[in-house]
Ligand binder design. Structure first.
Ligand SMILES: [Zn+2]
Ligand SMILES: [Zn+2]
Length: 136
């Protein structure tokens, strides 16, 4: 993947890419933790720099639900959307509603050429949804 994006293959880049692959929607701190399991001496700054470079190269996608830390994922280019829990902040993938970008038609594009719609569906995840049977 790195070579296809014309990026030099370095150990931090490989470690960050595989950490994000293994932990989709992880925030920077979790990614640093996962990278340090492989490269114990990697600095915060190095991970930040790699995340920025990989995102700019299109290998990672950065999402930032309102009020949440930036999160990264390796699932790029398929125009999928996200579900976000207002209570615990968990993020999950939702496939594009129609299969091609942009999957929403703007009611008024105001002359813009639209190539992407990024949707976050907000609500409560199953774990945070009160169970009607157990509430009194
Ligand atoms: Zn939740
Ligand atoms: Zn995703």
């Amino acid at each position: 993947m790195l070579r296809e994006a014309a990026l030099r293959v370095t150990r931090p880049r490989v470690a960050v890419l595989s950490a994000v692959h293994d932990h989709p929607h992880a925030d920077t701190e979790s990614i640093i933790g996962a990278v340090r399991e492989v490269l114990p001496k990697v600095s915060h700054q190095a991970v930040y720099d790699v995340l920025r470079a990989l995102t700019a190269a299109g290998l990672l996608r950065r999402i930032q639900p309102m009020g949440s830390l930036a999160r990264y994922e390796a699932r790029v280019g398929d125009n999928h959307h996200h579900l976000a829990c207002r209570s615990c902040g968990v993020v999950a993938d939702v496939d594009c509603a129609v299969g091609a970008a942009p999957c929403l038609t703007a009611s008024d594009a105001r002359g813009f050429t639209i190539d992407e719609a990024e949707v976050i569906y907000w609500g409560l995840c199953p774990d945070c949804t009160p169970d009607p049977a157990s509430s009194t």
